[in-house]
Design a protein around this ligand. Sequence first.
Ligand code: GAP
Length: 457
Amino acid sequence: MADLMDALTSLAKRRGIVFPSSEIYGGLRSSWDYGPLGVELKRNIRNAWWRTMVQLRDDIVGLEAAIMMSPRVWEASGHVAGFSDPLVECVNCHQRFRADHLPGFHAPQSGHEEDQSTVDMATKPRCPSCGNDRFTEPRSFNLMFKTYMGPVEEDAATVYLRPETAQGMFVDFQVVQQTNRLKIPFGIAQIGKSFRNEITPGNFIFRTREFEQMEMEYFVEPGADEEWFEYWVNQRLQWYVDLGVRKDNLRLRPHDPDELAHYAKAATDIEYEFPFGWSELEGIANRTDFDLRQHQQFSGQDLSYYDQENDRRYLPYVVEPAAGVDRALLVFLLDAYRVEEAPTGSGGTEKRTVLALHRELAPIKVAVLPLSRQESLVPEARRVHDLLRGKWMTKYDDAGSIGRRYRRQDEVGTPYCVTVDFDTLTDRQVTVRDRDQMTQDRLPIDSLVGYLRERLP
Ligand code: GAP
């Protein structure tokens, strides 16, 4: 299974999907850049989430809050005091680790995403680097990145890079509700970057210090929260299944009471079976009225909601599905990665690597391949490409044998390849090859758009 991670990391680098950041300077550990195909895949994930969570619903609206917010936000939310992980240092090699990631370490919960699968209380902790079993006492390490706003580096100007997008929805709750005349229950959704100074980033893009979140805060009447919590757990699990993730590789893991974040009454993780074990893909939390109550107290503003029908005011409870774009991207890639035996043109078989990505997510939807580079084919192949490019993300590829070009597109998950050959010039037909079935349909160019429209989002 670990081989799968290596194979995927190497494919991602080789095809320019995701690769180490600033590599000409030796890279920056845990920073990754998304190349041309990675950008498309990421955008498709964001769009799929936005479509499901905002576009197709009457009760959820969007928001884009600033990354740098008033530092008071993080005092109120509890992040300044409590958003920390237990840090230990090996007394022999002086490497630093997150204590709760060392098998056998008993450590307090930090209150944010955890991979419990790595904690084994029965084992004596040993340094993963040198094998020594003596560590310094765990000390609390705050995960927020700090910087200074303005030209003077003094405490008054300290700001934080947000460690979650959620607080934007809480501090803007009232202005969004009032300006849009929203009635409870309703949600506010946001996609954006978050930053955490993780002690042990790793596993490719699974845990990084800069990452992107897709979060939605769903404001409900107190008392209705448990029902909505169940609803959102099921909705969110189904989202991954609808986008092609195999059900067997997903599971729900309710949090034990002693591992709940400081703001949560209940939480369930959607976990995926990664090559390194079952770990969190997305978390759904019942945050109660904790955040609104804190912001009400710290800001001195009344943040209650007026329920006109019943003529009463209350602080809404909040149910929050919180997903990571990068982590979802890793899951979609892992789940789609296959190496198969495929028939060759000469009657034998050969290995093909294919990313069986859902069509909505595939970075390129259609590739147009002229059978050869001969000049007589180029204008027709270009015309076919022009016919498609405004409608889908396309690629024109004329380099190498046709077999190699099919393999190249399979490897990045392109659902359809359209081949323009010499017969096209007379019969006005092209061949469409399906990535998964590897079947080929011959059809008139005039029917091509209709044919693809039936099959592509
Ligand atoms: N607002 C609640 C919150 O942020 P979380 O469980 O800490 O909850 C939500 O984060 C999701 O964000 C996680 O399930 C994961 O997908 C993603 N995430 C969190 N920390 C991450 C990191 N260091 N690197 C990549 N993704 C991360």
